[in-house]
Design a protein around this ligand. Structure first.
Ligand code: ADP
Ligand code: MG
Length: 316
C-alpha cells in the first residue's frame, strides 16, 4: 500500500462533509470558508509514540487522543471546531492498524462535525500531528490572560484519572478498556460544548493537559494574578478515589495530565449565569477556588498552606 492508496482508503471518505469546505483532500491545499464577522482559531498538537502514548496503544485510542487534544485546545478558546489536517508518520503501512486508526478518527470527527481537509503521510517513527481549525465570533475567543482578582476558579468534570493510568503504564501494566480510569486516558472527552458555553461568561480558560497545578499556574501567570484553593474541593471521580485512595487521588488531581478538563475563571456576577448554562452539560462543574492578586497558585488543606505540588508533565 503506497501513500496515495492509504490516503484514498482511510483519509478521503467517512469524515463529515461540511458545506464550508470548498476543496478538501486531494489538491495541493484545502480551501474553506469562514462566515462574516468570524475569527479563525488554529491549534496543533503532536503525539509521539513512546512519549505521549505507549507504542502498543490501540490504534482507535491513538487517533482519538490526537484529535481530542486538539478539540480540547479549541474548546479552551471558546471556539467551535470546523476542520482539521492530519500529518501521520508510520513505520509500516499495516491495514488492520490503519483501519482501526481511521475508525477512531471518523468517530470523534463525526461527533463534533469536523471535516478532515488535508494532511501528509510519511514513513517514520509513529507520530500523529493534527492541526485543528475552529471559529469564534470576532472578539469572543477566550484567552488565558483575562482572569482578575476576585474571580472564581472553576473546573469541568474530574481530575486525576488519566494521571492514575500514566502511573499504571509506568509500572508496566497493560491498559484495560473496561477500566473507567484507563478508558479516560484512551478516550478523553474534549469539552467542546462547555468551552463554547463559556463565551461571554469566563474571563480566562485553559485546558488541563499537563496537570492542574501547572496549567492553572500558566493561566494565572498570563493574567498577572495568583490564586488559592482547598484541595478538599477538587472534583475526584468515584473510580479514582476507590482505586487510589483519597490522598493519592488528590495528588494525581493536582499533578496528573491528560484529563483534558477545562479550567476557567468567572467573575462573581457571572457565576449564577454560568451555573445555569452548566446545568445542561453532561459533566459537573466545580468551583475550586478563587483568583487573588498575589502571584502563584496556593493550595490549602484544612485551611493550612501546602507545599507546592511536584511539577506536571514537561518535555524539557
Ligand atoms: P502534496 O505532495 O501536494 O503535499 P500529497 O501527495 O502529500 O500532496 O497529498 C495528497 C492529498 O492528500 C493532499 O490534499 C493532502 O492534503 C492529502 N493528504 C495526505 N495525507 C493525508 C492524511 N494523512 N490525511 C488527510 N489528507 C491527507
Ligand atoms: Mg505532501
Amino acid at each position: 500500500m503506497d501513500e496515495i492508496e492509504i490516503i484514498r482508503r482511510y483519509f478521503s471518505t467517512g469524515y463529515p462533509a461540511r458545506g464550508d469546505v470548498v476543496l478538501g483532500v486531494g489538491d495541493d491545499g484545502a480551501l474553506t470558508r469562514l462566515g462574516d464577522g468570524e475569527e479563525l482559531v488554529t491549534v496543533t498538537d503532536t503525539l509521539v509514540a513512546g512519549t505521549h502514548f505507549p507504542p502498543e496503544l490501540a490504534a482507535e485510542a491513538v487517533a482519538h487522543r490526537a484529535l481530542a487534544a486538539n478539540l480540547s485546545d479549541l474548546a479552551a478558546m471558546g471556539a467551535a471546531p470546523r476542520w482539521f489536517t492530519l500529518a501521520l508518520a508510520l513505520p509500516v503501512a499495516e491495514s488492520a492498524w490503519l483501519e482501526a486508526f481511521a475508525a477512531g478518527l471518523r468517530q470523534l470527527a463525526g461527533r463534533f462535525d469536523t471535516a478532515l481537509v488535508g494532511g501528509d503521510t510519511v514513513r517514520g517513527p509513529l507520530s500523529v500531528t493534527i492541526t485543528a481549525l475552529g471559529a469564534v465570533r470576532a472578539g469572543q475567543a477566550i484567552g488565558r490572560s483575562g482572569a482578575a482578582s476576585g474571580d472564581g476558579i472553576f473546573l469541568t468534570g474530574s481530575s486525576g484519572d488519566a494521571g492514575w493510568t500514566w502511573q499504571a503504564l509506568a509500572e508496566g501494566l497493560e491498559l484495560d478498556a473496561d477500566d473507567p480510569l484507563h478508558r479516560r486516558f484512551m478516550f478523553p472527552e474534549p469539552r467542546v460544548a462547555e468551552g463554547i458555553g463559556l463565551r461571554g461568561l469566563a474571563t480566562a480558560a485553559i485546558d488541563v493537559s499537563d496537570g492542574l497545578h501547572v496549567d492553572l499556574g500558566r493561566l494565572l501567570a498570563a493574567s498577572g494574578v495568583g490564586g488559592e484553593a482547598n484541595i478538599e474541593s477538587l472534583p475526584l471521580s468515584a473510580a479514582l478515589t476507590a482505586q487510589a485512595g483519597e490522598t493519592r487521588a488528590r495528588e494525581l488531581a493536582l499533578t496528573g495530565g491528560d484529563d483534558y478538563e477545562l479550567c476557567f475563571t468567572v467573575p462573581a456576577d457571572n457565576e449564577a449565569p454560568l451555573l445555569a448554562v452548566a446545568a445542561a452539560w453532561p459533566c459537573r462543574v466545580t468551583r475550586i477556588g478563587q483568583v487573588l492578586s498575589t502571584p502563584g497558585m496556593r493550595w490549602r488543606q484544612a485551611g493550612e498552606l501546602l507545599a507546592p505540588p511536584a511539577a506536571g508533565f514537561r518535555h524539557f
